[in-house]
Design a protein around this ligand. Structure first.
Ligand code: CA
Ligand code: CA
Ligand code: ZN
Length: 306
């Protein structure tokens, strides 16, 4: 009996380890180049601008779009101005220790934003950058050779980014999903830009519920929050205490419609043409074309980015 128990235990142990490693490998074998286009912003946009050798301000505007189209024409791609997997594939160049230039700046920028690497963005691929690259490769289940080739580029672009709670956003966790504050880089940057704008109105910070887990995947009770593109925010209170007071609905006496409207407008302005839908049941905001009705969305705004 004891031997049987031990055999079951060791089988579980070995099988558990196997399952564990398959699980993490799966998260990264699903990696792909996020498609970015005019209206997006953030770390992936900045990396792309470095690779294009244009000003890297992290905002995909008209000038960036023109540069993308020229680049696409020069490489025999359809000049649609949209940076999808084929355009990324033409933009990336393999870099390793001893290399210099904008592609290295792109790598340093990505490692800083997504892995908190703390590198100086100087375009010089030295020992520190190599250590950070190897660390990321291990994290992603890749062979840690320190060389940034197509697979490492793809995994770095794909990897999500954590929301910055140091200034304009507070962290709410209504469904006990812990640090589900990771999103596609453009999702996070667009919310951060909107929050920065909103805080200027003087109605307090923006409360953020769930986005996604670090590498996406199953999130209890939130089937749509698995790809880093869906964000829950809470409505604004008339006393500005949406980060510390109780959670309200649009029917609450402390609901601040004007401030919540400003928040929705800031979100739309920070990501023009990059929003699929904003669910929130305030009938006035719906009548203004700002939000869309959906069951169970009385107490939060659910933003879905493209
Ligand atoms: Ca996009
Ligand atoms: Ca949260
Ligand atoms: Zn990770």
């Amino acid at each position: 009996m004891k031997a049987l128990v031990w055999r079951i235990a060791s089988f579980t142990l070995i099988f558990g380890i196997t399952l564990g490693s398959i699980g993490s490998a799966q998260a990264f074998s699903a990696a792909f180049f996020h498609t970015i286009s005019k209206g997006n912003r953030g770390t992936d946009v900045k990396a792309m601008q470095y690779l294009l050798n244009i000003s890297a301000d992290g905002v995909f505007g008209s000038g960036t779009e023109s540069s993308v189209k020229s680049f696409q024409s020069s490489r025999g791609l359809g000049a649609d101005g949209i940076v999808g997997p084929n355009t990324w594939g033409e933009l990336i160049v393999t870099v390793r220790r001893g290399d210099n230039g904008n592609a290295v700046k792109a790598i340093q920028t990505l490692l800083n934003a997504k892995r908190n690497a703390g590198l100086t963005v100087d375009g010089a691929f030295g020992a520190g950058t190599e250590i950070a690259v190897k660390s990321f490769q291990s994290h992603a289940g890749l062979s840690a050779d320190g060389v940034v080739g197509p697979t490492t580029w793809k995994n770095l672009i794909w990897h999500y980014e954590y929301t910055d709670f140091s200034a304009n956003i507070c962290d709410q966790d209504p469904d006990s999903n812990g640090n589900a504050n990771w999103g596609v880089a453009s999702t996070v940057a667009q919310i951060e830009a909107a929050a920065s704008d909103f805080v200027g109105y003087g109605k307090g910070k923006v409360p953020l519920g769930d986005i996604s887990f670090e590498h996406g995947g199953d999130i209890p009770g939130h089937a749509s929050h698995e790809t880093g593109l869906d964000v829950d925010l809470w409505p604004i209170r008339t006393d500005g205490k949406q980060c510390t007071g109780s959670r309200i609905t649009w029917q609450s006496s402390t609901y601040d419609r004007a401030a919540t409207r400003n928040l929705v407008k800031a979100i739309r302005a920070a990501a023009p043409n990059q929003i699929t839908v904003i669910y929130f049941n305030d009938p006035v905001l719906i009548s203004e074309g700002l939000t869309t009705s959906y069951p169970n969305h009385d107490n939060h705004l659910h933003i879905r980015f493209k």
